[in-house]
Design a protein around this ligand. Structure first.
Ligand code: SF4
Ligand code: SF4
Length: 382
């Protein structure tokens, strides 16, 4: 019997007007089977956006509030009566991040999840990780809907549906995870274990205004004007790669995701569906998809990094690239120093806070937590 391909719906969405986003989301979900395929109305549902940290929507750091509202509205209209939404940010609270986006308790009948209480979750079947420190809400949800953001990422090249589940880990335990899983491949394997343990049933990507360049928090907004929908997080991220002309095989979360069996990144196993201008369902090849919705101007690292013995050795040593500080932008706030997960720190102030901190690269594990959390976009991977 022929193996079933993973279905990914891609739809144009020109802006964040609430009606347009809601309408696009309704069509996208219908194209992949309808809401009933992913959760029952009696389920306790957690909608999980990307709240990396508190940020207004114009910076494209977080899932846009129109996307979150669109999802909550659909759930309410379809009779889902027990819905909460939230993420565990690396810095600050879930409520603070939601409020910064103008979201409050009661939005389409849903409540903001607290996401600050840790529950130890044993997962003996894990290939790489056998225990997680999840937020309580993740362990209690019957169904999780993954509202990820289309962004670049210093460690994994991109962050999308697979990476977004790291927000299931309670904020204060995230840094320790980077020490325990200290390179892009091992970290990706750990993410696939999270999917195997408590994977979302539906992933929706906000790619209307994506983030290019120095992501996931210090990059620049880039209008891709698309939304992606799939039950398969790996296929969804693979289609993101196709849209920005990035080889999906260079993204560890794709490769490890397919190996772990949480989804497909092989081209022949992905079926892309869209709607024509007159509303007819159309299936697209990779080339047709790119010519209709893609943009190769999107700034993402495209060069391979395992092509030479030297680069392979560097990769083994986890020394491909390093974080650097642009001294002219640094506020000397100390967020990077405070959040470095390495015991004793790999970045320090020397002689007080009058000068930017300095790295000790011999200790640095290249997790890029400092780059992710710097409020001044002063840290970049070089
Ligand atoms: S977090 Fe950024 S702005 Fe703050 S001290 Fe570090 S480099 Fe400077
Ligand atoms: S200095 Fe930055 S990249 Fe290096 S280990 Fe610390 S947080 Fe991670």
């Amino acid at each position: 019997m022929e193996e079933k391909r993973s279905l990914v719906a891609v739809l144009r969405c020109d802006d964040y007007s609430e009606e347009r986003v809601y309408g696009t989301m309704k069509k996208g979900i219908d194209l992949i089977g309808g809401m009933g395929m992913f959760a029952r109305p009696s389920d306790h549902v957690l909608v999980k956006p990307n709240f990396l940290h508190s940020s207004d929507e114009s910076r494209a750091v977080t899932t846009h509030p129109s996307v979150i509202r669109g999802m909550l509205r659909i759930l309410q209209e379809e009779g889902y009566g027990d819905v909460m939404f939230g993420d565990s940010p690396a810095m600050g609270s879930c409520r603070g991040a939601a409020n910064a986006l103008g979201l409050t308790d009661g939005t389409y009948g849903a409540r903001i999840a607290d996401m600050s209480e840790t529950v130890t979750y044993d997962f003996p079947e894990g290939n790489t990780a056998r225990q997680f420190q999840f937020t309580r809400e993740v362990t209690e949800a019957d169904s999780i809907i993954n509202l990820c953001k289309m962004k670049t990422h210093a460690l994994e090249r991109i962050t999308g549906a697979v990476k977004n589940v790291y927000g299931f880990v309670c904020g204060q335990h995230k840094a320790a995870g980077h020490v325990r899983y200290p390179n892009d491949v091992v970290f990706a394997k750990m993410l696939t274990d999270i999917h195997r343990a408590v994977g979302p049933k539906l992933s929706i990507m906000d790619g209307i205004t994506a983030m290019e360049g120095n992501g996931p928090s210090s990059g620049d907004p880039f209008d891709m004007k698309v939304m992606l929908f799939s039950a398969d997080p790996v296929a969804l991220d693979t289609v993101f790669c196709w849209l920005v002309d990035l080889d999906p095989a260079l993204v560890p979360t794709n490769v490890q995701g397919e190996i772990a069996g949480i989804g497909r990144c092989t081209e022949s196993m992905i079926d892309v569906v869209t709607l024509s201008d007159d509303g007819q369902e159309e299936h697209l090849t990779r080339g047709e998809l790119f010519s209709r919705y893609g943009n190769a101007e999107f700034d993402v690292v495209r060069k391979g990094n395992v092509k030479s013995v030297l680069s392979l050795w560097s990769r083994i040593m986890n020394r491909v690239g390093r974080p650097v500080i642009d001294k002219s932008k640094c506020l000397k706030c100390g967020v990077c120093v405070e959040h470095c997960p390495v015991e004793g720190g790999a970045i320090h102030f020397e002689n007080g806070k009058d000068r930017p901190p300095v790295y000790d690269y011999s200790r640095c594990i290249r997790c890029y937590c400092c780059q992710e959390l710097c409020p001044a976009k002063a840290i970049r991977k070089r």
